[in-house]
Design a binder for this molecule. Sequence first.
Ligand code: AHG
Ligand code: MN
Ligand code: MN
Length: 397
Amino acid sequence: MNRRLWAPKVFLNFVTPVSGKYIQCLNQHNVALLAATSNSTARMATAKKAPENGVSPPFNRPGSRIITLDEFIIRAEKDFDYATGELTGLLRDIGVAAKIINREVNKAGLVNILGVADSGDNASGDKQQKLDVYANEKLIECLQNSGECCAIASEENEDFLQVPAASSKKSNYVVMFDPLDGSSNIDVNVSVGTIFAIYRRVSDSGGPATIDDFLQPGTKQVAAGYVLYGTSTILVYTTGRGVNGFTLDPSIGEFCLSHRNMRIPENGQTYSVNQGYYSKFDLELRRYIDNCSDQNYSLRYIGSMVSDVHRILNQGGIFLYPSTRKYPKGKLRLLYECNPLSMIIEQAGGKSINTHLKRILEVDPKELHQRSTIAIGSPAMVDELKAFIERYSALPL
Ligand code: AHG
Ligand code: MN
Ligand code: MN
């Protein structure tokens, strides 16, 4: 099928504007879903006080009403006095791109789109998979077409891309993403995901975006999140007021609020690390891993950080990617892997540090594709690792 002809249809089918009228959908079980009501719209227009737990009224009330991602982000925007709608538009663009990527990921086993792309290696020197390229293109297309951001950076592009001024409406935001994390898992039907981070630009909004707009510490993120294409597809995001998750209901083509105000367990019983590199890790990391084993913690490692972190967010645990001989500074990318996932985990009550014990979100980036070590997860487990590093890193090997 010609994808260019198909794409506009996706927009028509999936983008459901929230109006003052009832929008009624029927899912496959013939259950009437009220996506928006005139009553809720009236409440939305007046409520402006800050949410207590990251979920604004009326969304934190128990009940069965379906709340779509679009409705949620429009409501959440009203909590920000300075909101111009750009951030809302960006999150909606990412949601639309995620549905298109999800469609392609789900049929990956059916059509001839598996394998390594002709374009060779990406900016970080890794093998580039065809779906990496596809996901990258769709995200860029969705973001460029709407013009809600002024520049884009991706794992798959050496340099950042300017969004032409004509279409960017002098936007104040830049977006960074890993279009497909864990892409070596695609061919074997294992979960992959998209990770994204949104920043306000620091350069003059009258001119082109600059590298400084991207080289900001993670504390400056205005929104961050991920989409996990797993047994179901879930979009999890934060704007700094808690974390919420939206599961894609394929029968109505909408992300629906399914995980309100997500909180990571204080402690966990699983650790997540590529233990095949054990002998390449520093002594303190080996001691910590020995301790995990001594305590009968379970080892869980998917090879797709976004999937491991999603499990840890829900069930507790710790994810580690320390330095190895091959990757002395760590393997994972600070700006579009570590920072957004760190913001999510911190917002959910967890911790994220590098193996020099610095909070990931406070690291000053020096380059777009900078790598970092990381330890992220339940706060008690990150603290325990920290104690091991403090105790053993001073010892001679
Ligand atoms: P990507 O597919 O975007 O290149 O990222 C893969 C990353 C990360 O998701 C995963 O945890 C890690 O690489 C796995 O690396 P190892 O195979 O070295 O364990
Ligand atoms: Mn990745
Ligand atoms: Mn990737």
